[in-house]
Design a binder for this molecule. Structure first.
Ligand code: PLP
Length: 456
């Protein structure tokens, strides 16, 4: 942990917290690097916005041309505490100078234990828990499925429409969307079954019927096509990330949770994108009063370093034989130090409260924008995980991916990093760092308003 004698702010060079564009976006130096990239990196690794980064902190990313952009992407919901957050930097420096790696499975170290204890305490439910650490979100999901299968002795896993769980073979099978995640990469892992998501905006009989009807369909499909006794786990994002920030209809998660408990099926909440204060609580399933059996986390956990975790009921986690879980780098000490710094920041700075404040500002201005433009079909999300779904308008809910791309590009040109999402590519999602200033937040919203004015 950071040495209290060292003022953490001295460890991080300041990045001025204002937007400033000194070249067109992307600038000449960025364009040079993009040209070099083509000869060194395959195009399969895509790029949302080809401005090359020099440094970043708080709500600002500085590019190699000296432009300062507002960060509404946080590297896909990772730098929740801000880039190079002072406590993360201090903890990492101290750890990297002490030792970089031993492998927890060879000779363990305390920071792994401290992260596990934190996760056991912070995740929903007061039952006894255990935590195992890994590197990426996909790896955590893979391990959650391994653990659920080992515990239940059953093979099948149920996943939802619009789900995203990663790019490894099993997690591609769990992920719903073909392009770009699965196209030409099959065959995929077996025993994965898909059911409809309780997606209120697109539920055929209306949002008021969504929770119960989606649950009835889920029960019927699992019963008739899979069999409860063959089902190890149901995996669900309490708010879907890549799928377009779909918030399941209220009550749906609780129905699924109770049904899983009734049938001895492990409920896995994938909180890799929605966890760690992002939605205004430590974990998104808390809003629905749901206590999952296993919870997967990554992204925001370690302030930008690669770390992920599976946390869950002791009896489930302890069911795996000795040596069945792990990996060379899982719970790397530098990543664990970063996680302790990030979690301390979230607690000390009440970043759950900050997320709720950001959510009310975003929702307020975006809802007003939706009243002006009927192409904004839905404004949804929680806390600092808010999105707008764009449609053709005039009463039509036909997705408009072209308009979404145009609005996003206009934001980029004006120095705001935004991301798109959604099965139909028609969702603009906003993921600011929770330490962003009100001034930057409002400036970003003005850029979004201008982008709609220009594109619609
Ligand atoms: C909900 C969810 N699960 C899993 C993953 C995969 O995480 P990673 O990219 O770290 O493998 C992601 C990444 O976007 C995610 O949002």
């Amino acid at each position: 942990m950071p040495d209290p004698e060292v003022p953490v702010t001295d460890l991080v060079s300041p990045v001025v917290q204002s937007r400033s564009l000194v070249t067109e976006i992307p600038g000449p130096r960025s364009r040079e690097l993009s040209a070099r990239r083509a000869a060194a990196v395959p195009p399969g690794v895509g790029t949302t916005l080809p401005v090359w980064v020099e440094r970043a902190a708080g709500g600002i990313v500085v590019d190699v041309d000296g432009n300062r952009l507002i960060d509404f992407g946080t590297g896909i919901a990772v730098t929740t505490v801000g880039n190079s957050a002072p406590r993360v930097v201090a903890a990492v420096r101290e750890q990297v100078a002490a030792f970089t790696h031993t492998c927890f499975m060879v000779t363990p170290y305390e920071s792994y234990l401290q992260v596990a204890e934190k996760l056991n305490a912070l995740t929903p439910g007061s039952h006894e828990k255990r935590t195992a650490l890994f590197n990426s979100g996909a790896e955590a999901v893979e391990n959650a499925v391994k653990i659920a299968r080992s515990y239940t002795g059953r093979p099948a896993v149920i996943a939802f429409d619009h789900a995203y769980h990663g790019r490894t073979n099993l997690t591609m099978a769990l992920t719903a969307k073909n392009m770009p995640y699965k196209h030409r990469f099959g065959p995929f892992a077996g025993e994965v079954y898909r059911v409809p998501m309780a997606y209120p905006y697109r539920w055929p009989t209306g949002p008021e019927n969504c929770a119960q009807e989606a649950f009835d369909t889920f029960v019927s499909l699992v019963h008739t096509q899979v069999g409860e006794a063959n089902t190890a786990a149901v995996i669900i994002e309490p708010i879907q990330g890549e799928g377009g920030f779909v918030v399941p209809a209220p009550g749906f998660l609780a129905l699924v949770s109770a049904w899983c408990a009734e049938h001895g099926i492990v409920l896995i909440a994938d909180e890799i994108q929605s966890g760690f204060c992002r939605t205004g609580d430590w974990f998104a399933c808390e809003h629905e009063g749901v206590v999952p059996d296993l919870i997967t986390t990554a992204k925001g956990i370690a302030g930008g370093l690669p770390l992920s975790a599976v946390t869950g009921r002791a009896q489930i986690m302890d069911s795996v034989h000795v040596g069945g879980l792990g990996g060379t780098y899982g719970g790397n000490p530098v990543a664990c130090a970063a996680a302790l710094g990030a979690i301390e920041t979230m607690q000390a700075e009440d970043l759950c409260g900050a997320a709720r404040h950001i959510g009310s500002v975003l929702t307020g201005r975006l809802t007003a924008l939706a009243e002006k433009y009927d192409v904004i079909g839905d404004v949804r999300g929680r806390g600092a995980m808010i999105a707008v779904e764009l449609v053709e308008g005039n009463g039509s809910k036909t997705p408009d991916a072209g308009l979404t791309a145009a609005v996003s590009s206009a934001c980029h040109r004006n120095g705001l990093i935004t991301l798109t999402a959604g099965t139909f590519g028609n969702v603009l999602r906003f993921l600011p760092p929770l330490v962003i200033s009100d001034d930057l937040l409002h400036e970003a919203l003005s850029i979004i308003e201008d982008a709609f004015a220009a594109a619609v």
